[in-house]
Design a protein around this ligand. Sequence first.
Ligand code: PMP
Length: 288
Amino acid sequence: MKVFLDGNLVDEREARISVFDHGLLYGDGIFEGIRVYNKCVFKLEEHLERLENSAKAILLELPWSRQEISLAVCDTCRANNITDGYVRLVVTRGRGTLGLNPYKCSNPQLIVIADTIQLYPEEYYSEGLKIITVPTRRIGPGSLPPTIKSLNYLNNVLAKIEAINAGFMEAIMLNDQGFVGECTGDNLFIVQKDILFTPPSSAGALLGITRKVVLDMAQAIEIEVVESNLTRYDLWVSEECFLTGTAAEVVPVTEIDGRKIGNGMPGPVTRGFMETYKKLAIREGTFL
Ligand code: PMP
């Protein structure tokens, strides 16, 4: 496999970064996960815009133009003959000293990895996912804005461990106020009385690219959308629930904390979004 690193496509065994890189030492960096469908990169501009915003928010000046990053993504996909896959775009603060001071890091690193994707098992989509709420909370916006897609995923990792140890693949993370934030790697939606609800970024939600696609699809078919604080109770009594993410796409949830959602099968609104999303994903994109 060829990996893009420091301006070059190199063999993955040669793709090495310094042990002094603050991305490694402190999780000081940002990333994006991007899908490729049928040789087209899905929502590339949106991912690059979010990357730029994450960089700005952590005062990391990107020395590359959007076009250069875009080219790095496409070149890496082409070099690995990716038709359908997943691209991980990482920007680290770069090599510094052992101290925290990021101003001692002069060379941010751009890393692009393009690989095939391990998809969720088909029954998650046909039968729905069972999820639970876990004790680990989403980091509050006052500590780290949830809109920054940073390399600091330790609390998401802890939440994932708690989910797996309890026998579940995905988990709901609440914020410090006890409202629903999102899942460990996905945004969350519920449907109640023909209205689509999802937590706002102020509650701890990453502004997911897939989340935005769903919000746009809802607008197009005139489903009312409300971004509001949601409690666990709101989820338990919802008619439908689903998760969104670049890797997961739109995945139905049919049980939360032991409570059956709706009739225990993926609901009609969710199935509609799943279908439309699939069509959109293979129709749109930046051709490689
Ligand atoms: N929340 C978190 C914490 C994530 O890591 C992700 C991405 N895997 C998402 C939500 C979904 O965002 P997107 O639709 O942009 O992939």
